[in-house]
Design a protein around this ligand. Structure first.
Ligand SMILES: Nc1ncnc2c1ncn2[C@@H]1O[C@H](COP(=O)(O)OP(=O)(O)OP(=O)(O)O)[C@@H](O)[C@H]1O
Length: 240
């Protein structure tokens, strides 16, 4: 879904700074980032290692808080929320996907997804979530019986089974080969398209940026550029 039809800001970050203090050393991870993310859009966050991508994603997802600046999720000011409110926000509204899949080895694909649907307020059926990543036929397999790309798709099914408003993915294809990475990106794009889930994907790979509605480039903790893709590509059309 393109953000062109709908300009509701799901996230509004204003002048966000993050300083990590470690003893005498201060690391300025974000230096005044202002950004709106719109309902249903697919954005890619691009930038060199250490440019602040994960820090920004973690702040949007309520896993971390900025040192200064404000972040709103719809009408809720995340930067004014306490830990319990942030936990509630993450649980209800955010799906996370990380580079490493973090599946529980002793549970099947379906049971890994059920862990989340059991605590969510209006989840989809775990098999429906696995269907969306085209793994319904593997529901009874354990992680060790699945390839890396399949495990990542289970992790995506787990992330979206609670029907979150936003899906935040930190290097989802970082551990995968090209072909497998494309299958995983297709799954993420399908969820964005079919469920209208506002989606942000961190990558080092500029080729992946061609899939996005908008590409946000970070450099040294600041936004170095925002590019709107007029001709958005499908995952299958990417080559790297
Ligand atoms: N918990 C932390 N404590 C101290 N410094 C941190 C912490 N997390 C991140 N940093 C520092 O903040 C800066 C930005 O890190 P961040 O992980 O956001 O970058 P990134 O763009 O996601 O990098 P990468 O692509 O390597 O994951 C880096 O210099 C990093 O070392």
């Amino acid at each position: 879904m393109s953000h062109a039809g709908s300009q509701t800001a799901v996230f509004r970050a204003v002048d966000v700074a993050k300083i990590y203090r470690m003893g005498e050393v201060q690391v300025h991870a974000l230096r005044g980032v202002s950004l709106d993310l719109f309902d249903g859009e697919f954005i890619v966050l691009l930038g060199a290692s250490g440019s602040g991508k994960s820090t920004l994603l973690n702040i949007l997802g309520g896993l971390d808080t900025p040192t200064s600046g404000t972040v709103h999720y719809l009408d809720r000011e995340l930067t004014a929320s306490d830990d319990a409110e942030l936990t509630q926000y993450r649980r209800q509204s955010v799906g996370f996907v990380f580079q490493f899949y973090n599946l529980i080895p002793s549970l099947t694909a379906r049971e890994n997804v059920e862990l989340i649907t059991e605590i969510a307020s209006s989840p989809m059926d775990p098999l429906e979530a696995l269907e969306l990543v085209q793994l319904r036929d593997r529901a009874n397999h354990f992680p060790a019986q699945l390839s890396g790309g399949e495990q990542q798709r289970v992790a995506i099914a787990r992330a979206i089974a609670k029907k979150p408003k936003v899906l935040l993915c930190d290097e989802p294809t970082g551990a995968l080969d090209v072909h497998t990475g494309i299958v995983v990106l297709e799954a993420i794009a399908r969820i964005n398209r079919e469920l209208g889930t506002t989606t942000a994907v961190i990558t080092h790979n500029a080729v992946i940026a061609q899939m996005a509605d908008r590409v946000i480039s970070l450099s040294d903790g600041q936004i170095a550029g925002v590019q709107t893709n007029t001709d958005k590509r499908s995952a299958q059309a990417l080559q790297w």
